[in-house]
Design a binder for this molecule. Sequence first.
Ligand SMILES: NC(=O)c1ccc[n+]([C@@H]2O[C@H](COP(=O)([O-])OP(=O)(O)OC[C@H]3O[C@@H](n4cnc5c(N)ncnc54)[C@H](O)[C@@H]3O)[C@@H](O)[C@H]2O)c1
Length: 248
Amino acid sequence: MARLEGKTALITGGGNGIGKAAAIRFAAEGSQIIVADFNLDAGEDVAQEIRRLGGEAKAVSGDVGDESSVRQMVDVGIAAFGKIDVLLNSAGGGSTRDGAVTDLELDEFWRTIRVDLYGTLLCCRMVIPEMVKSGGGSIINISSLRAVIGTQGADAYTASKGGVLAMTRAIAMQWAENGIRANVMAPGVVLTERVSAFIKKDNPVYQKSLLGPSDPIDVANLALYLASDESRKVTGAVMRLDGGASIY
Ligand SMILES: NC(=O)c1ccc[n+]([C@@H]2O[C@H](COP(=O)([O-])OP(=O)(O)OC[C@H]3O[C@@H](n4cnc5c(N)ncnc54)[C@H](O)[C@@H]3O)[C@@H](O)[C@H]2O)c1
């Protein structure tokens, strides 16, 4: 039996990078997929690819940092598939406008907080009641190794990912009795198209990795485990996927 047979997953940021890899991987394991991305063309391409491979998917456009937009993503997903068993919050990411607290562009701080932290909060806030109704689910958030070990040079992003990590544990505590698990992945460098365009080999996380950077599929495979019932006793976990960078 496929590992996600009978499940429906809402994947934000599903149009590119880690979200895209997870959407295609989850679909191959039997999950219906709601591909939510503010880049609708990218989301549609992923949904079409899933359908071409014999899966079921629906693309929906929207901004995770906007309450009415997230409401619409969830409503479209429920209308299409009736329930949401898995929420993977992958929309977000840092930018080169970030830096040390003394140098970073202040509007970049708010952009990162709005998308990565508040966007994750909004999606959890609107999906949790659906999961409660259907008897449980798995929430998978994405933090960063930067929130686990000390690094420098991306302080807005680091702060927002620290918030995601702590918030995920709070969610795990609050809704365990409703059958909802919440875990957070903390990847090091993942060579998505976006990151490949700007990553430098002197990046502190890149340098510390013993096994080298990951590919999006590596993160998708970890997310698959967390989405599936194989991880039914795992909640509140911070799963580091960093090629050994945090051994130090
Ligand atoms: N790539 C890495 O090295 C790395 C490392 C650690 C953590 N992460 C985290 O993993 C997640 C995915 O990163 P990625 O590298 O796959 O990014 P990506 O840029 O490849 O894909 C992100 C997707 O999110 C969408 N998106 C961005 N803002 C959105 C918004 N407000 N509403 C809806 N959709 C939005 C984009 O259109 C894009 O399709 C991010 O949270 C990122 O911080 C990435």
